[in-house]
Design a protein around this ligand. Structure first.
Ligand SMILES: Nc1ncnc2c1ncn2[C@@H]1O[C@H](COP(=O)(O)OP(=O)(O)O)[C@@H](O)[C@H]1O
Ligand SMILES: [Mg+2]
Length: 210
């Protein structure tokens, strides 16, 4: 089985505060892998460590065959939407994606249109990011993260992210979104095995899409 990501005994301290203590898990190619934990459990911290937005204190992270912090190629194959999406508020949806396409060296303009369509923002293509709803901003964040066709996608704020992914793949975005806005989201149908449970705070779920 192809290993995409492996965390071994990862710990992170902010000053004297221990945010993560000895976290280990593995994500294989084809897995949809979920981290569920209460506020402050360390989910975002883990994602920031994986994508090298934050330096590792101890332990090791192997991403696409390369070990942090020596990611020569790995990050080029990763798409991420962590915390607030990296969109420019004064630019429209399309302008944001056009700018990101230039940064990624993507010449084919059709890729931009396809991504806007995939996340269901066709009607908002010429709307400035600042005028989007929270869910729409997250859709833009996903479109930006998907633009370079990454091998590994990291999405923070799992509820919205999951709903979005689930709805994109099931083809019923509006229905799914309106259901979940008003009710507690039931994760269970989207996962097929519980990997591990640490300290009763963490629940790791995984589902293979292959
Ligand atoms: N840059 C930072 N400096 C100090 N403490 C931080 C920093 N980033 C996160 N923390 C702390 O680490 C803990 C985990 O935060 P975070 O990973 O954002 O949690 P989650 O995403 O699970 O809600 C929290 O207690 C938070 O206050
Ligand atoms: Mg968080």
């Amino acid at each position: 089985m192809d290993t995409i990501l492996k965390l071994q005994h990862v710990s992170k301290q902010f000053g004297r505060f221990q945010a993560l203590n000895d976290v280990s898990f593995t994500v294989n190619r084809g897995d949809i892998y979920g981290l569920i934990g209460e506020n402050g459990a360390g989910k975002t911290t883990i994602m920031r460590l994986i994508t090298h937005l934050s330096p590792l204190n101890s332990g090791s992270i192997t991403l696409l065959g390369e070990q942090a912090p020596h990611y020569q190629q790995a990050l080029k194959h990763v798409g991420a939407a962590i915390e607030t999406p990296a969109a420019f508020k004064k630019l429209t949806v399309k302008q944001n994606l056009t700018l990101a396409a230039i940064q990624h060296g993507i010449q084919d303009k059709q890729v931009i249109t396809d991504n806007i369509h995939f996340v269901g923002l066709d009607e908002k293509a010429t709307t400035k990011a600042s005028k989007l709803s929270l869910g729409q901003r997250q859709r833009l964040g996903l479109a930006l993260a998907l633009l370079s066709q990454p091998d590994f996608l990291v999405l923070d704020e799992p509820i919205n992210g999951w709903i979005l992914l689930a709805s994109c793949f099931s083809g019923t975005p509006e229905e799914t979104e309106s259901r979940t806005e008003h009710h507690h989201f039931d994760f269970q149908p989207y996962f097929d095995r519980v990997i591990s449970s640490l300290n009763e705070v963490w629940l790791h779920f995984s589902r293979s899409v292959y």
